[in-house]
Design a protein around this ligand. Structure first.
Ligand SMILES: Nc1nc2c(c(=O)[nH]1)N[C@H]1C(S)=C(S)[C@@H](COP(=O)(O)O)O[C@H]1N2
Ligand SMILES: [Mo]
Length: 242
């Protein structure tokens, strides 16, 4: 597998060994809000309808997205109330509105979404502004080595090294599945880190802070890898690549 493009293994079905191997982590990692989960069932059904391979039928919940939040409720932000702040070790700290972000060049990518607990949603389009573009606009200072993400749920955090954050396949995403990001999936704006397990893709993104060092995020303080490359982290490093 090309280490720069771990997503190239996207066509590979998830082996039984992977699913079995992650059940322990899954029990730890799945935190769902029962009411919202129910509200999402129609969405889940339509997500699996879009999978002609039937691959998602093999997954524990019959396929499709699961709704994850580490908090029991999350405030809603609209197109008018949403703000994204970039600060820390930058020359030009700035607060963006949703309209500001929409006015910037958008990048669309289609990859498999993969949660570390084993579920996967094949060929999922995401669209938004490259994080590298926002970092360049902010003017990253010497001595910076990492980027920290905060969320308006008030609890979740994530981080990337500066090199990871500058990859072309890391987006500040405004759209998913060719629709504006809904609240349940982290709208109006979430992070999308295509080459890594989905826990890196922080929902309800509100802050981007350029820092010296990586500080482990919410799940990483609870045992998951900070460098969360799909297929070569979290004990999955030995997956055969066929
Ligand atoms: N703010 C926030 N972002 C988050 C999470 C969360 O609980 N809170 N869960 C992560 C995990 S473990 C996964 S698998 C995905 C789930 O995204 P979804 O709810 O859109 O399916 O969001 C990631 N980002
Ligand atoms: Mo996850």
């Amino acid at each position: 597998m090309n280490p720069e493009h771990p997503e190239e293994q996207q066509g590979k079905p998830i082996g039984r060994r992977v699913l079995l191997g992650t059940l322990g982590l899954g029990a730890l990692g799945v935190v769902t809000a029962p009411t919202l989960q129910r509200g999402l069932e129609s969405f889940l059904a339509s997500a699996s309808d879009k999978d002609p391979t039937g691959l998602t039928d093999l997954l524990p919940n019959g396929g499709g997205f699961r709704y994850y939040s580490v908090t029991s409720s999350v405030p809603r932000k609209s197109a008018t109330t949403y703000r994204l702040t970039i600060d820390g070790l930058v020359d030009h700290p700035r607060t963006y509105t949703l309209a500001d972000l929409r006015a910037m060049p958008q990048t669309r990518m289609v990859r498999d979404v993969q949660c570390v607990t084993g579920w996967r949603v094949p060929h999922t389009p995401f669209e938004g502004v490259r994080l590298s573009r926002l970092l360049d606009a902010a003017g990253v200072r010497k001595g910076a080595g990492a980027v920290r993400f905060t969320c308006f749920d008030g609890a979740y955090t994530e981080s990337l090294t500066l090199d990871q954050a500058r990859r072309a396949d890391v987006l500040v995403a405004l759209r998913m599945q060719d629709k504006d990001l809904g609240h349940a999936h982290g709208g109006p704006v979430r992070l999308y880190v295509a080459p890594m397990y989905f826990y890196k893709s922080a929902k309800w993104l509100s802050g981007i802070t350029v820092t010296e060092d990586v500080r482990p995020g919410y799940w990483e303080e609870r045992g998951y890898d900070v460098d969360a490359w799909v297929g070569r982290s979290n004990g999955r490093d030995d997956e055969p690549t066929t």
